[in-house]
Design a protein around this ligand. Sequence first.
Ligand code: ZN
Length: 543
Amino acid sequence: MYLRFFSITLLLLFTFHCGLSQIKSFTKYDTLRGSLSRERTCYDVHFYNLKLNIDPDKKYINGSNSIYFKIIEPTAKIQIDLSSRLTIDSILHQKGHLHFERDSNAVFINFKKALPNNSSDSITIYYSGSPAEASNPPWEGGFVWTKDAQGKPWIGVACEGDGASLWWPCKDHPSDEADSVQMAFSVPKGLTCISNGNLEKEVSGKDFNTYIWKVHYPINNYNVTLNIGNYAEVKDEYVRPDNSILDLRYYVLQYNEAKSWDYFQQVKPMLKCFEHYFGKYPFPKDGYAIVETPYLGMEHQSAISYGNKFRKNMLGYDYIVIHESAHEWWGNNVTACDHGDLWIQESFTTYAEALFVECIFDFNTSVKYLLRQRNYIKNSEPIKGPSNVNYHYWKDSDMYYKGSWMLHTLRSVIDNDSLWFSILKEIQDQFSQKQICSDELINFISQKGMINLRPFFNQYLLHTAIPVLKYKIERKKGKYYLIYKLNASEKDFALPIKIKSKNGNTIKIIAENIVKKVEIEENSIEDFKIPTDLYYISVEKLN
Ligand SMILES: [Zn+2]
């Protein structure tokens, strides 16, 4: 990376080549699922009204989803998505039935005549069937039909990789979030259904009760969820330093109610830290909520899924609470525009865990936390995945831990904490409730940091190998010299490194792919050490 003042036109000339080392081949169906075809870009979803009956005994769902949308380009055909496991009984438009064709999980709907530009319209899809069961939730998604410790039904659904179309019909591309969503879930009497947002109404039926939930903000499709079980609701509130109030709700299995109040007290200092770093909680009308789930966790918006069995880490916090809640900012407020860009959600969220530790304890403790994260880095595939194919075939966790280290390294590169933290907040402000792609984010950070960070991000996002700093210290005619070179996969990658010695001397170097030499003080030599706790590089000392 060359340190130089930012020029937006120059940055825009660079294109982002993704996934240099990814060799997976993709099918027509990956493209149908992950790309923005004209049948998708021609309309913009405003509102989903999802109504479902859930039968736990039969593991069966049936109901409808009404999609309210605006036409962006005149069209007589649109694409929606729904798992081919589920049967579409009919699609209604203005009281008439529409013809449709299915191609695997894509559904092409034909209107009787072209819908005009700027018109607002709606369709209702009636469907039913047995949705996919999760083989390894939340990583391999689907429904989880299980029982709690008292033998009562306990049901959840997580579908980040496969997408919401695994269980409800929608335009299943991350670039189009509905502005709001209403969900009406009918579940057998005796069970409660918890979903995102606020409970608007509970309607009692003969054998089933219907719970109507409403989300007042844009929401990723995969964040829409349901949780059915024998739940208790524990209410609390977070009073901010400015005396404003955020509603907190914890939905736990009834036999965990007694311990949940104390356990989730950790939420308040966490919210204080995250609001300090990233700005106010993005979904105040919906409140903040945690829902106990039969799987480890998921960032379901305003209904964080929690399945870590009330276990705290050695610092006294539950990392699932911290991680999934950080996603309310990184993922739910600022959303990746494509699954290939998912690092935007996971890298910042995993780094937010370390910032939380810094906020509660101190910087040194957060570095220790980061060093533990570093143990999990595999360097086996690029952090950024291919675009337009709903990429969710990650083999390792590098978009989490290596991504976190990339951001920790970037903080050292920027070397100005007030600037660094203002950039984090500005990303949240600028892209609030929007979707953002890698290129746009990199340009934004470069502009705010006033350096061209393209080679930096290319190095860590697109290449697998860790940059290696090779150095030696040479004595010549009574003077000492540091001779160094950085071997990196990205040709223009250059890393400014600050080396501090115990006697207070600081040497600043810009390591890049050429041999460089700098004179150093004799008294810096004894404890000379490249600070690999601040930069994600490996170091090789030559003799
Ligand atoms: Zn995550």
